[in-house]
Ligand binder design. Structure first.
Ligand SMILES: Cc1ncc(COP(=O)(O)O)c(C=O)c1O
Length: 353
């Protein structure tokens, strides 16, 4: 008798995607490792969730007019939208709809790990140039990496983890240069950058945009993302996503966040206008190299990254050490000013140690 269930070769070759979640206790640590919002949504959102939990959990999801609401927010009709269980699911179903075993997606490396993971499950590879040492976007090299096996081009804008931005002109150039290849633009950090390429959708049907409620909108544990694309492609994706994959509590909370944006918008302004300049000034003064981004995170290059991360952790601050080829850096998220001050105090002690 066989000892275990045999899975597809593509799967057995892979390792699980395991972000370092163990012991991430928000009571014990200052969490600067997952680009989350420093604060939960306001009490009104939590109130709505508990009212719902008291009376509706036994009924299958009813999403109501949420797509129209999201359409107003995203400046597209509802038929251009698909809700997903986090934008991770958007990445999964988009890649599953486009890539056959052995085909490729073009993406500059290193990028968000979920793309590599999903490609792996399909027996596909991400093929693309590495970011150069200064992390500028290697536009020409990416174009040159597109080949006869390429079925998708992925642009993460700004890129997690390098913070690299791609300009609207560069996105349009790729859409125009490869009209038969879908170009997926990941705008997970849209609310921080205020920049979007959605307006290009009317001219380029090969554009696909994905976004999330996990970052500025502060709902990562509820899992809500969405796809913005041509109505035809949305219909194809609907065949893959299950009809109830999206948690209705996430939609309820997201509706409240869209109806009352002041709270999260104020946090975005605080992080970008106060926390970001303060930490950049601090690193400049201390002559610590960092790579700025238009989003709520940055890469930092201390002289000894392992020692720095260890010192921070011993002092109850979690940042994200990066893997090769950027393992000389750690990624840190922006937090409120008092929390940034706590980081700076601890980091100064590290620099003086
Ligand atoms: C660029 C990018 N895309 C997608 C995601 C996935 O977010 P979620 O699945 O929580 O919507 C993240 C999360 O860190 C990200 O940084």
């Amino acid at each position: 008798m066989k000892q275990s269930i045999e899975v597809r070769d593509a799967i057995s070759r892979m390792s699980p995607y395991k972000p370092p979640l163990e012991n991430r206790d928000p009571e014990a640590f200052l969490l600067m490792d997952f680009n989350e919002s420093p604060l939960p949504p306001p009490p009104g959102v939590i109130q709505k969730i508990s009212e719902f939990l008291n009376s509706h959990v036994h009924i299958y999801p009813i999403y109501g007019d949420f797509l129209e609401k999201l359409g107003n927010y995203s400046s597209v009709p509802a038929e251009n939208l698909l809700l997903t269980n986090g934008s991770d699911q958007a990445i999964d179903i988009i890649m599953r709809s486009l890539l056959e075993n052995g085909e490729e997606a073009a993406m500059v490396q290193p990028g968000f790990q979920m793309y590599n993971q999903t490609a792996g499950t399909l027996g596909c590879k991400l093929n693309g140039p590495q970011f150069p040492a200064d992390f500028h976007f290697p536009h020409q090299e990416l174009k040159e990496s597109v080949n006869t096996k390429t079925r998708l081009i992925v642009l993460i804008n700004p890129n997690n983890p390098t913070g690299t931005s791609v300009s609207l002109e560069q996105i349009e150039d790729l859409l125009k240069s490869f009209p038969d290849i879908p170009v997926l633009v990941d705008e997970a950090y849209y609310e921080f950058t205020g920049e979007t390429c959605v307006s290009l959708l009317s001219s380029y049907p090969n554009l696909i945009v994905i976004r999330t409620f996990s970052k500025a909108l502060a709902l990562p544990s509820l899992r809500l993302g969405y796809v913005i694309a041509s109505p035809d492609f949305i219909l194809e994706l609907q065949k893959i996503r299950g009809p109830y994959d999206v948690n209705v509590v996430a939609v309820l909370a997201a509706r409240e966040q869209l109806n009352n944006p002041e709270h999260w918008q104020k946090m975005v302004r605080h992080l970008m206008d106060e926390s970001k300049p303060a930490i950049e000034k601090y690193f400049d003064e201390k002559q610590v190299r960092y790579f700025s981004s238009k989003a709520n995170f940055m890469l930092v290059e201390p002289s000894d990254v392992q020692q720095a991360c260890k010192f921070l952790m011993e002092n109850k601050i979690l940042v994200r050490p990066m893997r090769p080829p950027i393992d000389h850096t750690f990624r840190m998220s922006l937090r409120t000013m008092p929390e940034m001050q706590r980081f700076m105090d601890v980091f100064t002690r590290y620099l003086n140690s």
